[in-house]
Design a protein around this ligand. Structure first.
Ligand SMILES: C[S@@+](CC[C@H](N)C(=O)[O-])C[C@H]1O[C@@H](n2cnc3c(N)ncnc32)[C@H](O)[C@@H]1O
Length: 343
């Protein structure tokens, strides 16, 4: 097995050095894990604040094996994605000297999970300005989104962000799997900078979101993350997401939505609507049967789109009359016609 630098030590040292300048406890906590003191079986990850070595990949993979991942996608679309995912992870395990899990189990779980996210984020045709070239994966797990996104020719800039030591260290190893350059904050905190024209992978901790440029990203991925965080962090990150997304940029959320929110208590959907986002896509599906969880795409409001949607006073009145008539099942219109005929 190749020698691995002591990633945990470097990350923890950095956290200590930057504590006073940048870190608040709520920024680096994983509320769900912290509150519930979650403990898993032996072959699964235990303490997420401790990276224990490359075997943590195998443990994280085991974590996903038991969860069924139903979907309805055309096999012709999904099979090549499963295969791409498999080859990427097999090469990673080989590089790290780890035995690869049983292929069918891997395909039904990890690969399927990757492919589903990829299908949902590439579901329908969009205008050129909505093409995704710059992506941020927030709360990136072991880094799995990088698998298919880094293999897509459109991906110019891929950024991973996390704050939890085990996740962060695994992401560092995962992002080194391709030959695209990796700019790692831990290696050079003072020199870290995102170059808009350089095709690269960037990796930085949650407490340095100030280094993410304004109006920059085409898409932010947040899969099974927000419901697990404390409310203060969620509100803070939504503010950051709004700042760093281009107008019309997408926020892809996938989780158990309002049904499972151990981290915070407010209504996320209302909050997003009031804070500059519009819901573009939420499929009408049976949870557990069609899909295991809910995928949605929100967009940062784009003034150009909003202008097209603005109504004059007259249009608003006509709209109101239309809705009242619909609510009265057409009675209002009939009454109006009667009156007009009489006059
Ligand atoms: C359930 S995992 C989901 C991982 C990944 N998005 C996926 O779908 O495989 C939750 C992720 O949120 C991350 N996380 C927890 N607290 C965080 C924080 N304060 N800042 C950033 N990420 C955090 C964890 O480290 C972990 O990577």
């Amino acid at each position: 097995m190749p020698q691995q630098p002591n990633l945990q030590e470097a990350f923890v040292r950095l956290m200590t050095e930057e504590r006073d300048a940048y870190i608040k406890p709520w920024l680096v906590s994983w509320a769900y894990q912290d509150k519930k003191q979650v403990r898993y079986q032996e072959e699964l990850p235990q303490d997420f604040y401790q990276y224990e070595g490359v075997e943590d990949f195998a443990k994280w993979f085991n974590w996903q094996f038991d969860t069924p991942k139903p979907d309805f996608f055309d096999p012709a679309r999904i099979q090549p994605l499963l295969q791409q995912s498999l080859e990427f992870d097999q090469a990673l395990f080989q590089r790290l000297g780890l035995p690869f899990p049983e292929v069918e189990t891997y395909k039904h779980s990890i690969a399927r999970n990757n492919a589903q996210d990829f299908c949902f984020t590439h579901m329908y045709e969009l205008p050129e300005r909505c093409q995704v070239k710059k992506v941020l994966d927030f709360g990136a797990g072991y880094g799995r989104q990088f698998n298919l996104w880094s293999q897509h020719p459109d991906t110019d800039i891929f950024v991973g962000m996390d704050a939890i030591p085990k996740s962060y260290c695994l992401q560092q190893l995962y992002y080194e799997q391709t030959n695209r350059p990796v700019v790692e904050y831990v290696d050079d905190p003072k020199g870290f900078q995102i170059h808009p024209t350089q095709k690269a992978t960037y990796h930085l901790p949650t407490w340095r979101s100030d280094l993410l440029p304004d109006n920059f990203f085409d898409m932010i991925l947040c899969v099974h993350v927000l419901p697990e965080l404390n409310g203060k962090l969620v509100k803070h990150m939504l503010e950051v997401f709004h700042r760093i997304l281009k107008p019309g940029g997408a926020l892809y959320l996938r989780d158990n939505e309002e049904k499972w929110k151990p981290g915070f208590k407010f209504n996320l959907r209302n909050y997003l609507e009031k804070h500059g986002f519009s819901l573009e896509f939420r499929p009408y599906l049976i949870k557990g049967e069609d899909l295991a969880d809910f995928s949605r795409i929100w967009r940062k409001n784009d003034p150009q789109v909003a202008v097209g949607r603005l109504q004059t006073k007259e249009e608003k009145l006509r709209q109101l009359a239309f809705e009242l008539d619909a609510a009265s099942q057409g009675r209002l219109r009939r009454l109006y016609k009667k009156i007009v005929r009489k006059v």
